[in-house]
Design a binder for this molecule. Structure first.
Ligand code: MLT
Length: 389
């Protein structure tokens, strides 16, 4: 029997946030608890039928059974460019400025390998999607956390980043509409970000999978809409949330061609591209009937209103999100994030994500995802009312 010793890069890593939550969920289910799962941001609704039909056709096509191209089919990259033009009025060269990804998580996890040397700093928001800092660490980089605070509308405060830190930084991650706080960024913020990146020679990685989940005509913008964006960075996007395709693994990165080239160089060495039938289905998603996206927004809006009204009635502090399907709830006095999350799981069977799971600055909050039908959300609120805190 060999003595198996994990590499130090993973030895001290805590379990991946959502894998740990899955385990807690499974324990409750095994006990027979009827859980209401508001934890991971995984849409509960099916992929629209036109996308499924396109996939069925693509699967029958023998030319899709061989290796795809590394950078993605040109047809898929063209449809991404067309979508960016229509949605954001941003021009992209599909040949040079669009790269397909096996889900945006894959690109986010790999980008640091392309640009970060041992000891370089990667600027990461806190709270945030854990993959930004984990990818940085896998590349030997040091994450430097930029707290997202309520008093700053959960925007990164660039003025708080010390000069010596900025000097050592290679990448800066941002994400708006934001997971987990649901904050949205305006043009001024992105303009400031572009100036900061230019001054300190830092590559901006904007993670933007939630731009299509918005309410009341608060339509989010793309970072690439702002002048100078393409000179300093890229934007990650995904079909997962907009088209209920989390299981399909299809995303893309757009923007600065040299940055995309670096990411592509890593990818050619670690993966062999994205199954072409999925890319064909992706073309259908981006170019086909968009009525399912409007319907999705209406459904999430009703869920949001049910959840937020319920939470306020119970006496919890919460702001109604303008975008994303996340609700960032302040925990009541006397509880930590973990304690409150455990309390409502054990007493009411409601699964949430403790804010500190997204970083230290998330302490004092829990995140609820609108990924359950409205009647289950209403039931969760009834259970919470009875449970109290
Ligand atoms: C989340 O719940 O934060 C996200 O859904 C996780 C993901 O997109 O991988």
């Amino acid at each position: 029997m060999v003595r198996v010793e994990k590499a130090s890069r993973i030895k001290d890593l805590p379990p991946y946030l959502f894998a740990a939550i899955d385990k807690m969920k499974a324990e409750q289910v095994a006990k027979g608890v009827d859980i209401i799962d508001l934890s991971i941001g995984d849409p509960d609704m099916p992929t629209p039928p036109n996308i499924i039909a396109r996939m069925k056709k693509g699967i029958e096509d023998q030319k899709n059974h061989q290796y795809p191209s590394y950078e993605g089919m040109i047809e898929f990259r063209e449809s991404v460019a067309n979508w960016y033009q229509k949605r954001f009025n941003v021009d992209l060269d599909p040949g040079e400025e669009v790269l397909s990804l096996i889900g945006s998580k894959e690109g986010i996890a790999h980008i640091s390998l392309a640009f970060v040397n041992s000891g370089d700093i990667v600027l990461v928001p806190d709270p945030a999607y854990p993959v930004y800092s984990i990818g940085a660490k896998f590349a030997g980089g040091e994450p430097y956390f930029m707290p997202l605070l309520k008093e700053n509308r959960f925007l990164v405060d660039l003025k708080k980043i010390p000069d010596d830190v900025a000097k050592r930084a290679k990448l800066l991650f941002v994400n708006y509409p934001n997971n987990p706080t649901a904050a949205v960024a305006d043009r001024e913020f992105f303009a400031e970000l572009i100036e900061f990146a230019g001054k300190h020679n830092i590559i901006i990685c904007h993670d933007a999978p939630y731009t299509e989940m918005y309410y009341d005509d608060n339509i989010p913008i793309s970072f690439l809409e702002i002048e100078g964006a393409k000179e300093v960075g890229i934007e990650f996007h995904s079909l997962s949330k907009t088209y209920n395709m989390t299981g399909w693994r299809i995303g893309f990165a757009v923007g600065n061609s040299t940055v995309l080239d670096g990411l592509g160089q890593i990818k050619t060495n670690v993966d062999s591209g994205l199954f072409q039938a999925i890319q064909e289905a992706g073309v259908e998603a981006l170019e086909g009937d968009q009525s399912s996206v409007e319907e999705m927004r209406r459904i999430y809006q009703r869920r949001r209103d049910t959840l937020v009204t319920g939470l306020l009635e119970i006496g919890l502090k919460v702001e109604s999100p303008k975008a994303t399907f996340y609700v960032w709830v302040e925990v009541p006095k006397g509880y930590t994030s973990a304690a409150f999350s455990a309390h409502i799981l054990n007493k009411a069977g409601i699964v949430t994500t403790p804010g500190n799971g997204f970083g230290e600055a998330g302490e004092g909050y829990i995140r609820m995802a609108l990924t359950m039908p409205e009647h289950r959300i209403a039931e969760a609120m009834e259970r919470l009312k009875k449970t109290g805190f």
